[in-house]
Design a protein around this ligand. Structure first.
Ligand SMILES: Cc1cc2nc3c(=O)[nH]c(=O)nc-3n(C[C@H](O)[C@H](O)[C@H](O)COP(=O)(O)OP(=O)(O)OC[C@H]3O[C@@H](n4cnc5c(N)ncnc54)[C@H](O)[C@@H]3O)c2cc1C
Length: 446
């Protein structure tokens, strides 16, 4: 069996590791031109489920490297007003499993990608922009690339992210929709001066600042492990050398400690050209929008390195019914793009990779026919994948007003009062922390 994987992102590379370990032939075709291409974003939260999938798919030494290069994980989720007044603080998020794999982890996206690319050098083909596929009567499938080359195999896996060209050809009725929310991210170096702008709670977890008009700011402090000589860990994942020479500044620096800012606002309240703005314009926009906020938050917005500011159009897929099974299948954002509030998109891609890998191994070992194995994967994936899509969207739009894109002043005041009440009643706060954890999706082992 030969498996063609389109896309060397989180899901595609994790799947390739699993197949390689199981002795199944595969190749990953990626549009990026080199290993160091492209800005993958800054932070991604890998939850206990994602960590367990990685521990099962990666060679043990590579999983250890992943663990060693994660930032310190916090234990707290705190909600503040834009005036820096705490309204709710929940703890107990740094879960650890008996196998050591099941912990909540904070990772630099660039580091994660470098780790996932390690050991797959001979399997990843860069500069291969997928254009279309053909299915043949003998059960094989051919992927075609922009450079005129092609690859033929027994199974084609779309791991090419939210704008998947494979999905567009295979499931043209599967829609991708704007959520109405725009994000703007930026990085601030963590120094003595910037640390002074943060409270201990802010340093210890994920923090959401809610402002009138539906604006919000998520702050996450990324502190990386230091080696015995007091320097950031180098080696796999550190992009300091080549990339920092090419792009000086913070943008490609994934080993020095920093504060990540993720500003959110309703698209209809932001300038129409926000998605086309450059880093300096986005920086100035967030400074302007935080003008009336607490001076410490305003200062952080001002100190964000403009070269690190970029916009994100938050999109979502819409659930579709199961389709007739064939030798083409999909994993990750290629099939279930979701809004990022619950932080489970990459984790679900890892779950897909683990499940699909297991089903392909069963088919290779002739325990089940190949089509039955793919059907079983898709039946399970459609269920949990689109559940995650629905929960993520519901959290953003309605059932959880914390993530609603626009809330009026009265609603915001009511929400804040409700959170303050919960904050002062420990049993209620504990119940909410437990519900929040389950809601985030740590329900796989339940
Ligand atoms: C602001 C934000 C914050 C997020 N935070 C979290 C978080 O904390 N935790 C979490 O679990 N998830 C998070 N997510 C979601 C997560 O980033 C995605 O779900 C995850 O990256 C999906 O992985 P993937 O492998 O499916 O796709 P990707 O990682 O997007 O990989 C797709 C790959 O395919 C390649 N490709 C695309 N088109 C082609 C083509 N035509 N030919 C060849 N190659 C192609 C791309 O270059 C890329 O390498 C967040 C998302 C956003 C927007």
């Amino acid at each position: 069996m030969h498996v063609i994987i389109i896309g060397a992102g989180t899901g595609g590379l994790a799947l390739a590791h699993g197949l390689k370990r199981a002795g199944i032939s595969c190749a990953v075709h990626e549009r990026d031109r080199t290993r160091g291409d492209g800005l993958q974003g800054y932070r991604v939260g890998i939850d206990p489920d994602g960590s367990r999938s990685l521990s099962r798919l990666l060679p043990p030494e590579l999983f250890d490297t992943f663990v060693a290069t994660c930032a310190r994980s916090g234990d707290r989720f705190t909600v503040f007003t834009e005036k820096y007044k705490e309204v709710l603080s929940l703890t107990g998020f740094a879960k650890s499993g008996a196998d050591g794999a099941g912990s909540e982890r904070s990772v630099s996206r660039m580091t994660l990608r470098q780790i996932l690319l390690t050991g797959l050098e001979e399997l990843v083909r860069f500069d291969k922009v997928f254009t279309r596929y053909d299915q043949h009567p003998d059960g094989t499938v051919t992927a075609h690339f922009e450079d005129g080359t092609s690859a033929t195999g027994d199974v084609l896996v779309a791991a090419d992210g939210s704008h998947s060209r494979v999905r567009r050809q295979y499931l043209p009725h599967a829609p991708l929709e704007d959520s109405g929310l725009i994000g703007i991210t930026g990085k601030v170096p963590l120094t003595e001066a910037t640390r002074a702008l943060l409270t201990p709670q802010v340093i210890d977890g994920v923090n959401m600042f809610l402002a009138p008009g539906g604006y919000s700011l998520v702050i996450h402090v990324m502190q990386f492990p230091w080696d015995e000589r007091g320097r950031p860990r180098q080696g796999i994942g550190a992009s300091d050398t080549e990339l920092l020479d090419a792009w000086p500044g913070l943008q490609f620096d994934n080993t020095r400690d920093y504060i990540m800012l993720a500003f959110g606002g309703a698209a209809r309240n932001l300038p129409a050209d926000v998605l086309r703005m450059n880093g300096r314009q986005l920086h100035d926009l967030t400074v302007e929008l935080t003008r009336t906020w607490d001076v410490r938050l305003r200062t952080l917005a001002e100190l964000a390195d403009p070269s690190t500011c970029f916009p994100v159009n938050i999109r979502t897929s819409a659930p579709i019914a199961q389709w007739p099974t064939s030798n083409i299948t999909l994993i990750g954002d290629a099939i279930h793009t979701m809004t990022p509030g619950r932080g489970v998109g990459a984790n679900t891609a890892l779950r897909d990779a683990e499940l699909l890998c297991g089903r392909l191994v069963s088919a290779r070992d002739r325990e089940v026919p190949l089509m039955a194995a793919i059907r079983d994967y898709e039946t399970q994936m459609i269920d949990y994948g689109f559940t995650a899509v629905r929960k993520s969207l519901a959290q953003m739009r309605g059932s959880d007003p914390v993530h609603k894109p626009v809330v009026g002043r009265a609603v915001l005041a009511g929400m804040r009062t409700g959170m303050r009440v919960v904050n002062h009643l420990p049993p209620l706060r504990r119940r909410m922390a437990a519900a929040a954890q389950q809601y985030r999706g740590h329900d796989r082992d339940a």
